[in-house]
Ligand binder design. Sequence first.
Ligand code: C2E
Ligand code: MG
Ligand code: MG
Length: 296
Amino acid sequence: MQNADTAMYHAKANGRDTYRFFKAEMNARAVRRQAVEGGLRRALKQEEFLLHYQPKIDLVSGAIIGAEALIRWQDPVLGLVKPDQFVPIAEENGLIVPIGQWVLREACRQVQSWIDAGLHAVPVSVNISAAEFRHEGFVDDVALILAETGLTPRYLELELTESILMHDAESSVSMLESFKNMGVQLAIDDFGTGYSSLSYLKRFPIDTLKIDQSFVRDIATDADDATIVTAVIGMGKNLKQRVIAEGVETHAQLAFLQARQCDEGQGFHFSHPVSAEDFGRLLSPGNDKRPQLWPG
Ligand code: C2E
Ligand code: MG
Ligand code: MG
């Protein structure tokens, strides 16, 4: 009966109105899921999460003009765990709400401490899941965290996906306006992979469009991807939004983006996500070698 129940769960997860035969690996997955869930609860209590920071680069000057905070989980047994291993599970069981609050507080605290240390601090963006965005009191929570950490709001950017914003577009407009009035910056993450309505795109007070890495990967070789990326850059310019390309890995991609006046880039070509300590070093005023850091 238990196995039948597991199979039914999988059928429901696959969009209902279908069937699944039970397979032994379904149990393995359920067990892993439970282990991760238990681990996440402990991780929250024992502060096993940390943030890595990946620079965002101005494609004209080569300067670091921002950073994206990316969560990691330092599990005592498994070592450093990447978000794709636990964020989807935390999204399903609701733990992403307290985890996300930790991320926001830690990112704001860190930027303020870079500012206090006299470093040339840059705005940091934080990824927000649907459950966090829709959680009652999210706007107030962000305001409280900014007040507690003393961070000037323009140093914080929230990254939201199209699907989050389009889910209830009217309420998204008013939430985004609250953030805008607070002075927080807003970005659409993984742009192009969701289903944006262009009329809403105009109404959302968005500062930045982040072109998803799946389009950037083949820009130098695939004519369709090249057309899409060129169109998004043009659209962003007309809507007065900054455009950043994600997943820039090669000089050929960089050259393509620079030729089309894409504002910013982020990717392994410039730097992998690094620890807070290493990122602080990138920001130090004496770091005049910085432009040479980028192979491009
Ligand atoms: P994302 O927000 O689109 O973040 C970009 C991801 O691409 C990061 O993976 C980053 O390490 C990776 N990346 C950066 N440059 C390159 C490149 O040149 N090539 C390739 N192949 N990949 C590159 P990461 O850190 O594993 O994060 C994966 C996703 O997990 C993120 O995608 C985001 O959706 C989610 N995530 C990360 N941190 C958080 C968080 O604090 N809260 C929430 N809710 N989600 C998070
Ligand atoms: Mg992101
Ligand atoms: Mg992205």
